[in-house]
Write a protein that binds this ligand. Structure first.
Ligand SMILES: *Cc1c(COP(=O)(O)O)cnc(C)c1O
Length: 257
């Protein structure tokens, strides 16, 4: 996965490619970009990926229903001679129909119209700006978490995610009870922890169609929720995020007047 949605860690796909090449291994490199495409910089061709899978429902500003594959020549060749029964990795029917501008099955036409608009919006903002916006929101979120005295689950800055931030609950406190408090009081749904992280983390999403005010609403909701749920924390996380978003020196000091 390019972005690991349950932990909020992003993988360095280019480095994985280099490691595969360094080992001289023939494996196909297949990457799930569902929670990163359109939020974190990703390069199928440049990074030598064989199969990239994306979906409409996260960074691409759309409802669920579309999925995309980018497929290398090597993967197409492998698909032709693969002896395992396969359906998802059989692209010939789709590629054959696409060559005439058609689909082999009824496509989700409404979503394709939506996709045209979504891609337009992303290009209007500029992809570099889109990625920078997500990185900035992630940095502001991590500042808030640090100011609260809580811990970001991803502890390696090389793998910080622009899409979402998973936050560890203090020992002895239930992440799910906290999430429930936030949901009931503020109608805000935070992501849950999965498998080993169940009830231990909550996740703050900051991907897709998201702006500074939406982030501040989210972080304020988390901070109010921490207080309401009786979770030990230090006040000031929302302020720390503002400092990242606006810059520390941006406000004229009242005392100076
Ligand atoms: C959300 C998500 C999925 C799930 O996509 P579905 O369309 O529900 O199967 C898969 N992979 C990643 C990385 C995701 O974030």
């Amino acid at each position: 996965m390019h972005n690991e949605t349950s932990t909020g860690c992003a993988s360095r796909i280019d480095e994985i490619r280099q490691a595969i090449d360094a080992a001289g291994h023939p494996a196909l490199l297949m990457v799930d970009t569902i929670s990163s495409l359109g939020s974190i910089d990703y390069r199928h061709d440049e990074w030598g990926v064989d199969v990239t899978v994306g979906g409409s429902q996260k960074g691409l500003l759309l409802p669920p229903g579309l999925s995309f594959n980018a497929v290398s020549e090597k993967a197409r060749e492998a698909s032709k001679t693969a002896t395992l029964p396969h359906s998802y990795w059989a692209w010939d029917e789709m590629i054959g129909a696409n060559e005439n501008g058609l689909f082999p099955y009824t496509p989700a036409t409404n979503l394709l119209y939506g996709l045209v608009e979504a891609v337009k919006l992303l290009h209007e903002e500029g992809l570099d700006n889109v990625f920078a916006r997500h990185a900035r929101h992630a940095a502001a979120t991590r500042s808030a978490v640090e100011a609260w005295g809580l811990e970001v689950l991803c502890n390696n800055p090389h793998h910080y995610s622009g899409s979402l931030t998973a936050v560890l609950m203090p020992e002895g406190h239930s992440a799910d009870a906290f999430r429930q408090t936030v949901l009931e009081n503020y109608n805000m749904s935070l992501g849950n922890g999965l498998s080993r992280l169940a009830d231990r983390v909550f996740r703050i999403g900051h991907l897709g169609d998201f702006n500074d005010l939406m982030l501040m609403g989210t972080l304020s909701g988390v901070e109010m929720g921490l207080k309401r749920a009786g979770v030990p924390y230090r006040a000031g996380g929302a302020q720390a995020a503002i400092d990242v978003l606006v810059g520390n020196g941006a406000s004229a000091s009242l005392a100076a007047e």
